[in-house]
Design a protein around this ligand. Structure first.
Ligand code: MN
Ligand code: MN
Length: 466
């Protein structure tokens, strides 16, 4: 007969078990997690595109005493600065009291989100309806984006440089736009096709209107009426679409989900659910001796390309400027710097257990998840953070009492994905992924847990302080 006492003693002495936030937290901590959520939900509703996220984030930083930085500016210990990169990418940094050669603490997340972008010659009329042609941005499952209310966000820049901000569909009195789908009665052939090809990309056309302009007819009057409405509201003409960044995003607000209100449903958790807590952690650690950088990147969803993505030299330029201003040696700063690539992970979903490997998937309410590696096909395309760095993270999380877990994207060889981690690690900076588990990642309405969100804030604070 087995001695159950010895078994449980050995288990608690030698075993490892992931911890559930609700099982290990007292009422005050649970309340703190619930109280943290509304600020984040407000941020989500105000920041549906990367441009809006940067605008809102700058306002938050300025309220905390952060001031605009320009290259070559003198910097002082304790100083708080932000670098606004083209309105689509933001670097917040605070100069620490310790020597800059000790390195910097970097938290990098992204604020671009998969969506439906408007093409450069978008407007046409067909079958009594006016539409915008689109080109989707990032890894969307196209079937999820039809027959839901959508809002139009972005900018139109006129040839004289005037920037016109567009936002239609967020105010309750606004109209929304829409992508049509087939009725089931006529969808037999479509329903028999694989999910990935049932909705062809070129059928993701935005329904913009159906009423002809006064006394208009003949296949163009509806198109012209849409142009007239846009001209009246924004002073733009059809040619102005050539220089526009317009996107259709879900016209939905962040809401509590579940009868116990333990979850948050929203568009764009990936990756504002890491961006927001990285900022609140930065704002809450002014007493830290370390120089800290919080990055809100653009273009992560399409490979971190371009001058607002993290493949750009800007991170290095900025770190070099800070190093120079503080009298440090740049290569020393880089090798002593530490970075959390804070991006979301795929949360285990019991409705689809076949794609997850339970022992290593992140579980809901078990805290912020560390991904030692991402990539696919045998760790291809990942920096695979070393054991030494993860051991250091373990130590600081334990010391701060942060509930966290490890989280691999899915079963080996089932799929894969990447983050900005490798681009930062390539600069000789120790980097690992740490982010919030998400259900239905990249869907128009994603789910996260309030507990996991709160542990992200706690984890980032611990990292900036330790
Ligand atoms: Mn992401
Ligand atoms: Mn993503």
């Amino acid at each position: 007969m087995a001695d159950t006492n010895i078994i449980s003693e050995l288990e608690s002495k030698l075993g490892y078990k992931r911890v559930n936030f609700y099982e290990k937290s007292d009422e005050a901590t649970i309340k703190a997690a619930y109280d943290y959520a509304p600020g984040y939900m407000k941020y989500l509703d105000a920041a549906k595109t990367e441009r809006e996220a940067i605008t809102v984030s700058i306002a938050m930083a300025e309220a905390e005493g952060y001031i605009p930085y320009t290259f070559g500016m003198p910097l002082t210990a304790g100083g708080k600065y932000y670098y606004n990169n083209r309105g689509r990418n933001l670097y917040l940094f605070r100069i620490g009291s310790e020597p800059i050669n000790n390195g910097m603490r970097i938290i990098a997340s992204h604020v671009d989100v998969p969506r439906i972008d408007v093409k450069q010659c978008p407007l046409y009329e067909d079958g009594g309806m006016a539409f915008f042609k689109t080109h989707y941005y990032g890894g969307i499952r196209k079937y999820q984006w039809v027959t839901i209310p959508l809002a139009l966000h972005g900018v139109v820049v006129k040839a004289d440089g005037t920037v016109v901000n567009v936002c239609i569909g967020e105010d309750p009195s606004d109209p929304v736009i829409y992508i049509n789908d087939l009725l089931p009665h006529l969808g037999r052939d479509q329903s028999s096709r694989p999910l990935g090809s049932a909705i062809p990309a070129e059928s993701l056309n935005l329904l913009m209107g159906t009423r002809p302009c006064p006394s208009g007819e003949g296949g163009n009057a509806i198109r012209l009426n849409v142009l007239s409405i846009l001209n009246e509201k924004y002073g733009i003409t059809e040619e102005d679409f050539l220089s526009a960044d317009l996107s259709a995003v879900p016209a939905v607000k962040a809401r509590d989900v579940g009868l116990d209100r333990s979850l948050i449903g929203a568009y764009g958790h990936d990756d504002r659910v890491c961006a927001y807590p990285s900022m609140t952690a930065l704002f809450g650690t002014d007493d830290s001796a370390h120089t800290a950088i919080v990055i809100l990147a653009d273009k992560e969803e399409i490979g971190s390309e371009g001058n607002t993505g993290l493949k750009c030299d800007l991170l290095i330029d900025l770190m070099e400027e800070i190093t120079k201003a503080m009298g440090g040696h740049f290569n020393t700063v880089k090798i002593n710097s530490k970075c959390l690539s804070s991006d979301v992970s795929a949360c285990f979903d019991p409705n689809f257990p076949e794609v997850f490997e339970r022992r290593n998937a992140s579980m809901l309410n078990c805290g912020v998840a560390m991904s030692k590696y991402t990539g696919s096909g045998g760790k291809s395309g990942t920096n695979d953070a070393p054991a030494e760095f993860i051991a250091w993270i373990r130590k600081i999380m334990a010391e701060a009492g942060v509930i966290w877990q490890t989280g691999e994207l899915g079963k080996t060889d089932v799929g894969g994905g990447g983050t900005v981690a490798k681009f930062i690690a390539n600069h000789n900076i120790e980097t690992v992924d740490l982010g919030v588990p998400v259900i239905a990642m990249h869907a128009p309405y994603e789910i996260v847990s309030k507990a996991d969100l709160y542990t992200a804030h706690q984890a980032f604070e611990a990292f900036l302080k330790a």
